[in-house]
Ligand binder design. Structure first.
Ligand SMILES: O=P(O)(O)OC[C@H]1O[C@](O)(CO)[C@@H](O)[C@@H]1O
Length: 552
């Protein structure tokens, strides 16, 4: 079906003309002109407040952005996704992670399958299994309760579970220690195996395909480690699988009674709501896991029902389009001011960059504009002492998403106020900057002489006008975390729709999976070295020597 590339649309052209008129305007002036700017540019949903007032937008900008969303068919695509249409058009698959968090009783049939019934049947199994482990009814080989859970997976089968278990650690079962192994680098698994006891460890092999090289290698090594210490008959008490591939699970030697399935309409990076979330449910309990799903569902409802002008994922997506496609911002920095959200930037890297790191639209033509920015970041306040200097005074302007939580779960006096003060001070400074006159006054008060002031002035002046969103959560709970993740999922989807790309395939990553295999067989000496460039040939030779020295 022919597709109109973004640059050819009237709404985008109108946005570009508006940008040419307003791009030099300073946010300080926008704030001065509208004392109600905060009230006018905040939206609340599912326990989250989004303050987007510290962006270079005004009423006209927003109007043009909403027109763009309408012209690009965001509402139509949203309905298509939720109803199970095969919007993943290169893999001919439905995209139904939202069905994983819908309450029992949803009537949705895809390819003759009753999706809601299937989802809740698996959730019921997760419920009973996690209770048995948590209540010390599921016992290890010597009759002891499980103390350590090792999730072996990568990408979407790792990042979501690890991020959520860390974020919700205050809800976790005190007896259970969670471990996450993802990297094919043996140092990762080796480190964990040194810290666990074979009698009380449960391994979850989490892989949608059950063919991913890293996961299968780690799972195989974990199984070898286990069998060196225990009998094969004990494997069923210590290994469970999460996958869509029953045959491969059976071939690996995991009892399919110990397999928790999911479906091809769940994308890897959207899968933590499925049985890929088994480790989360084990850590925080099924009731809390259900609240995580309910929080995401509350955001789904908001996304489906709120008018575009009050719709948080749509607003966040449109602000991102404005920054990326009009101001050419190449990256988006994620700054969670909560230590337990420290894995959130890495989670979003896969979510956004694997989804929208694309350049071809649905009819095979080029997008014609820049797509996904680089996503990166670290927790506040650590980031302030590492890369914030560049964000304040570097030559690139990088938009930032500040994520703050009003109530802490610790009782150490003073810390939380200082943390929040830093967060708000940073977003204010990025917006306001510090003008030459303010710098001069400050230095004068300190008694600095005029020559020194003139010398220092350009270095100590900040232009400001650097955009940010602030997302405020009342508390970090399963429900608000669920809503926060769903918010970014839908934001990603809306941006993909505006660019006209498929946010749900990942051919680039598939290529990487194939490429390593050639060199792998050359390193193993099984293949005649392919004709690489001289650098790659030399590196292979060095590694080959090192590997054979280690074996000697
Ligand atoms: O769950 P699997 O099949 O092991 O895949 C792991 C990850 O690999 C990818 O296919 C590519 O990184 C992701 O989309 C997925 O989350």
């Amino acid at each position: 079906m022919p597709h109109t590339a973004l640059p050819a649309t009237a709404a985008f052209q109108a946005l570009l003309s508006h940008h040419a008129e307003v791009r030099d305007r300073h946010m300080r002036d926008l704030f001065a002109a509208d004392p109600q700017r905060f009230d006018n540019m905040t939206v609340k949903a599912a326990g989250i407040l989004l303050d987007y007032s510290k962006n270079r937008v005004d009423h006209t900008t927003l109007k043009l952005l909403f027109e763009l969303a309408r012209e690009r068919g965001v509402e139509r695509q949203r309905a298509a996704m939720f109803s199970g249409e095969k919007i993943n058009f290169t893999e001919h698959r439905a995209v139904l992670h939202t069905a994983l968090r819908a309450p029992r009783g949803q009537a949705l049939i895809v390819d003759g399958q009753h999706v809601g019934e299937d989802v809740h049947a698996v959730l019921d199994r997760i419920h009973s299994f996690t209770e048995r482990v948590r209540e010390s009814q599921w016992l290890g080989l010597s009759g002891k309760p499980i103390t350590d859970i090792v999730n072996i997976g990568i990408g979407g089968s790792h990042l979501g579970p690890q991020m959520a278990c860390t974020a919700l650690r205050t809800f976790a079962h005190p007896r259970l220690t969670m471990h996450f192994v993802s990297n094919v680098d043996g140092h990762d698994l080796h480190d964990v195996l040194q810290r666990v006891d074979v009698e009380t460890t449960l391994f979850i092999v989490a892989s949608k395909t059950f063919t991913t090289q890293e996961t299968m290698m780690n799972a195989g090594s974990a199984r070898d480690w286990f069998l060196q210490r225990a009998a094969a008959a004990d494997l069923a008490k210590h290994f469970v699988a999460v996958s869509t591939n029953t045959e491969a699970v059976r071939a690996f030697g995991i009892d399919t009674d110990n397999m928790f399935p999911f479906w091809d309409w769940v994308g890897g990076r959207y899968s933590m709501w499925s049985s890929i979330g088994l480790s989360i449910a084990l850590a925080i309990g099924f009731k809390n896991f259900s609240e995580l799903l309910a929080g995401a569902h509350a955001m789904d409802k908001h996304f489906c029902e709120a008018p575009l002008e009050r719709n948080m994922p749509i607003i966040q997506a449109l602000i991102g389009i404005w920054n990326r496609n009009c101001f050419n911002s190449e990256s988006l920095s994620i700054a969670p001011y909560h230590h337990d959200l420290r894995h959130f930037p890495a989670y979003l890297q896969q979510l956004e960059m694997e989804s929208n790191g694309k350049r071809i639209t649905r009819d095979g033509s080029a997008v014609g504009v820049a797509t996904c920015p680089f996503i990166w970041g670290d927790v506040g306040t650590n980031g302030q002492h590492a890369f914030f200097q560049l964000l304040h005074q570097g030559t690139d302007i990088t938009p930032i998403d500040f994520i703050a939580v009003l109530h802490a779960t610790h009782d150490l006096p003073g810390h939380h106020a200082v943390l929040l003060a830093n967060c708000f001070a940073q977003s204010e400074a990025f917006m306001r900057g510090k003008q030459a006159e303010e710098v001069r006054d400050d230095l004068k008060k300190l008694g600095v002489d005029d020559d020194e002031i003139n010398f220092l002035l350009p270095h100590k002046t900040f232009n400001g006008n650097r955009p940010s969103n602030t997302l405020l959560l009342d508390a970090l709970t399963p429900a608000t975390l669920g809503a926060l993740i769903a918010l970014y999922e839908h934001k990603t989807f809306v941006q993909g729709t505006i660019w006209g790309i498929n946010s749900f395939d990942q051919w680039g990553v598939e290529l990487g999976k194939v490429l390593a295999k050639t060199i792998q067989s050359e390193l193993a000496g099984e293949a005649v070295p392919a004709r690489h460039d001289c650098s790659t040939n030399a590196l292979i030779a060095l590694a080959k020597k090192a590997l054979s020295d280690t074996q000697d």
